[in-house]
Design a binder for this molecule. Structure first.
Ligand code: A3P
Length: 324
């Protein structure tokens, strides 16, 4: 029970009592906290993170809804930012022997996962690179007030849902009894499955990217798949380390695309046999590399599900300019 959970502070235990809750997708209950659904541990982590994290202007964040291309974007951003000291074609490139989640830790899960212990950043070199699934609204004020950069990637909700559902049902041991597709879909549509509501998560970054384009870059998985080179250039410019003409001529951009490609990463030893500890789960790295395709939802969703989700997308995102 919440009362006996020693991972939670007294403050969070008391807060949870007053929050709306419903059946959770990865814990018995999920709670509505500032407009988003979280499990108790996530709320704890958020509180600790919000209270303690000190952003630096040079920090870079890779932000996503889970299963939108986090692993890929972490790899690309890491490769771009570190290419002066980790040459892309080096046989010792860190991306060949580490999973991107090990190179780019999630602030909430890998760094602030204990409410009574503040992480030690002393051996992080700058610019620091972090990952997060926290919606923009809930990032610490220190980040919002700083000049740091955030790259956000989102993916069409149909594929994001199918990717999430496949993932959560393969994690061992399962965090909760397996959810069938229909049940998970209802949760996704009401906003409670996988850091939702997904539309609010996307809009939080979308709106910020319009207001502060120098600080928030908004990308889409499908666009990146279609024209990786164009978006890699955009990403490097945004990060203030644009590719030089010489690099372009040497094929550095193509080499980054290859190094971080689904096919290449999936076949690496570390991603076949390694594990990643995060969000209270121990996850086999191979679960981060499933199909890497656009449109796999067609194999899962019934026509009525497609209709329902299309309506939600239209209703929630229709006026925003963000479309899929
Ligand atoms: P599928 O389940 O549709 O295959 P995340 O990294 O946010 O957890 O998202 C995982 C999704 O991204 C999975 O989608 C996974 O296969 C895909 N993915 C992982 N690495 C990728 C890469 N290098 N390029 C493209 N897609 C990738």
């Amino acid at each position: 029970s919440i009362e006996e959970d020693n991972q939670l502070s007294q403050e969070v235990k008391e807060m949870l009592i007053s929050l709306p809750r419903q059946k959770g997708w990865n814990t018995p209950y999920t709670y509505l906290f500032h407009g988003f659904w979280f499990n108790p541990k996530e709320i704890q982590v958020l509180r600790t993170f919000q209270n303690h994290f000190q952003a630096k202007d040079s920090d870079v964040f890779v932000a996503t809804v889970p299963k939108s291309g986090t692993t890929w974007l972490k790899a690309l951003t890491f490769a771009i930012m570190n290419r002066q000291h980790h040459f892309i074609s080096s046989k010792n490139h860190p991306l060949l022997s580490f999973n991107p989640h090990d190179l780019v830790p999630f602030v909430e899960s890998n760094l602030y996962d204990q409410h009574d212990k503040i992480p030690d950043f002393s051996n992080f070199h700058e610019p620091r690179l972090f990952g997060t699934h926290i919606p923009f609204d809930l990032l610490s004020n220190s980040i919002k007030d700083s000049n740091c950069k955030i790259v956000y990637i989102c993916r069409n909700p149909f594929d994001t849902f199918i990717s999430s559902w496949n993932f959560i049902n393969k994690v061992e041991p399962p965090p909760t009894p397996p959810l069938n597709l229909e049940e998970a879909f209802e949760m996704y549509c009401n906003g409670s499955f996988g850091r939702g509501p997904f539309w609010k998560h996307m809009l939080s970054y979308w709106n910020e990217s319009k207001e502060r384009p120098k600080n928030v870059l908004f990308l889409k998985y499908e666009d990146m798949k279609e024209d990786a080179k164009f978006y890699l250039k955009k990403l490097a410019e945004f990060l203030e380390c644009p590719f030089t003409l010489e690099e372009e001529n040497e094929g550095v951009i193509e080499n980054i695309i290859k190094l971080c490609s689904f096919e290449k990463m999936k076949e690496l030893e570390i991603n076949k046999i390694g594990t990643f500890q995060g969000f209270g789960m121990k996850v086999d790295n191979k679960l981060y590399f499933r199909k890497g395709e656009i449109g796999d939802w067609i194999n899962y969703l019934s026509p009525s599900m497609v209709e329902k989700l299309s309506k939600i997308i239209e209703e929630k995102l229709g006026g925003s300019g963000l479309n899929f």
